[in-house]
Ligand binder design. Structure first.
Ligand code: GLY
Length: 338
C-alpha cells in the first residue's frame, strides 16, 4: 500500500517509520525535510505523563501512560537518542508553590520529600526549596536526536513540498501530521500555543534528574543532558508570533536560578520559540478523517511523549482499518468537522 504522510515533524516521521517497518510504501511530504522549524526542535523531551497530564481528562492520562510504556522499546530501536530514566524531581519553593504542586504529586500517588531529602538526591537544588517528590517513571529523551534517527530510517522517502491540498496527492492513503499546519489542510480546530525555551551549557553533572518545579508561582522545568546542556522551559502563551521576549526569558531564568543557583555560571546558548498545536480540549486528534485521509495532530504539550503510541495507532488504522479502542476519545469527529 502507498501511504503519503504530510509533515516531517517527530509525529509524522514516527508514523512513516512504523508504516515502513510494516511494509507500506511511504512518502513523507515536508517543505523542509532537513529543517529545524518543528516544535520538536524546541521541545525539551520530558516524558511526563503525570506532570503534564490534565486531571480533568482521565482518557488522556491513560493515553499518556500507555505511550510512556512504549518509550523504552521505541528509543532502543532508534539507537542512542538520549533516552534517560533517572526520573524527575518535582520541587516547590514557597508555601504557595508547595500547596499547588502537592495537588499534582498527590494525584500521581508520589511520597512527599523534604527539602533536605531532595538535596540528598540532587545537591545542586537550592536550600530554599521546601518540599518535593520523586517520580521514577517520568523520564526524558532528546527530541533532536529522535528526529535525526527517524530521518535516517526514512532516508530517500522525502518529497520537499508544501502540500496545498490533501486530494492532490497520489497515494492510496494520506496521513496529515502537520502540527499547527493541519488546521489549514483539514479545517480542524488546531491553534498555535507559543512556548519559549532556553538552552544553557556548563560542566556535566550539576543535575542528574529532570527538575519540574514552581518558584514563587513561576513554573519551570529543567532537563539536563549528559553532555552538560540543560534545557529550561517553557512559557505557554496564546500567541502566534515567534519572538523571544524579555519577560519570558526573565521568568524562565529567574525560576531556574531560584531552584538551582549553580546554573548562574552556565552559558546561555540558545533561546528558541515554538508553537504547540493545541485543540479545544488540548487533547490530540488521532483517527480517520474522511475518505482515504487520517489525522494525527494537536498533541499540544505532549507531542514527544505521545509519539510512539500515535505511530502505532495510526499504522494500525491505516493498514487494517481498526485500532485499539483507546483511540476512540481522540477522533477528529469529536469537534464535528470530520
Ligand atoms: N511538554 C512541555 C511543554 O510543552 O512545555
Amino acid at each position: 500500500m502507498r501511504v503519503g504522510v504530510i509533515g516531517g515533524g517527530i509525529v509524522g516521521l514516527a508514523i512513516g517509520a512504523e508504516l515502513l517497518r510494516r511494509g507500506a510504501d511511504v512518502t513523507v511530504y515536508d517543505p523542509a525535510p532537513d529543517g529545524t522549524d518543528g516544535a520538536w526542535h524546541v521541545a525539551a523531551g520530558m516524558l511526563a505523563p503525570g506532570g503534564e497530564s490534565v486531571f480533568e481528562f482521565p482518557q488522556l492520562e491513560r493515553l499518556l501512560e500507555a505511550s510512556n510504556q512504549l518509550w523504552p522499546e521505541f528509543a532502543a530501536a532508534l539507537g542512542d537518542v538520549g533516552y534517560d530514566d533517572a526520573g524527575t524531581l518535582g520541587v516547590a519553593l514557597t508555601a504557595d508553590d508547595v500547596a499547588e504542586m502537592a495537588r499534582e504529586w498527590k494525584h500521581q500517588k508520589l511520597s512527599p520529600l523534604t527539602g533536605s531529602q531532595l538535596r540528598d538526591l540532587s545537591p545542586a537544588l537550592s536550600p530554599r526549596i521546601r518540599a518535593g517528590a520523586y517520580s521514577p517513571t517520568e523520564r526524558q529523551v532528546d527530541p533532536r536526536r529522535v528526529v535525526n534517527a527517524l530521518r535516517g530510517v526514512l532516508d530517500g522517502r522525502f518529497v520537499q513540498a508544501e502540500v496545498g491540498a490533501v486530494a492532490a496527492l497520489p497515494e492510496d492513503r494520506i496521513v496529515v501530521a502537520a502540527g499547527c499546519g493541519t488546521a489549514g489542510l483539514t479545517g480542524l480546530p488546531i491553534r498555535p500555543v507559543k512556548g519559549q525555551v532556553l538552552r544553557l551549557r556548563g560542566e556535566p553533572g550539576l543535575l542528574r534528574h529532570v527538575i519540574d518545579g514552581a518558584a514563587d508561582g513561576r513554573h519551570v522545568y529543567l532537563v539536563p543532558r549528559a553532555d552538560g546542556e540543560v534545557v529550561v522551559g517553557a512559557t505557554q502563551e496564546e500567541r502566534t508570533d515567534r519572538h523571544p521576549t524579555a519577560g519570558g526569558v526573565h521568568d524562565l531564568l529567574r525560576a531556574a536560578l531560584d531552584l538551582v543557583p549553580g546554573l548562574a555560571e552556565h552559558e546561555l546558548t540558545e533561546v528558541t520559540v515554538g508553537h504547540r498545536p493545541g485543540t479545544p480540549d488540548n487533547a490530540p486528534i488521532i483517527g480517520h478523517f474522511r475518505d482515504n485521509v487520517y489525522v494525527a495532530a494537536g498533541h499540544h504539550r505532549n507531542g514527544v511523549l505521545l509519539t510512539p503510541i500515535t505511530a502505532r495507532l495510526v499504522a494500525d488504522l491505516v493498514l487494517t482499518g481498526t485500532a485499539d479502542p483507546i483511540i476512540d476519545d481522540f477522533t477528529p469527529g469529536r469537534f464535528g468537522c470530520a
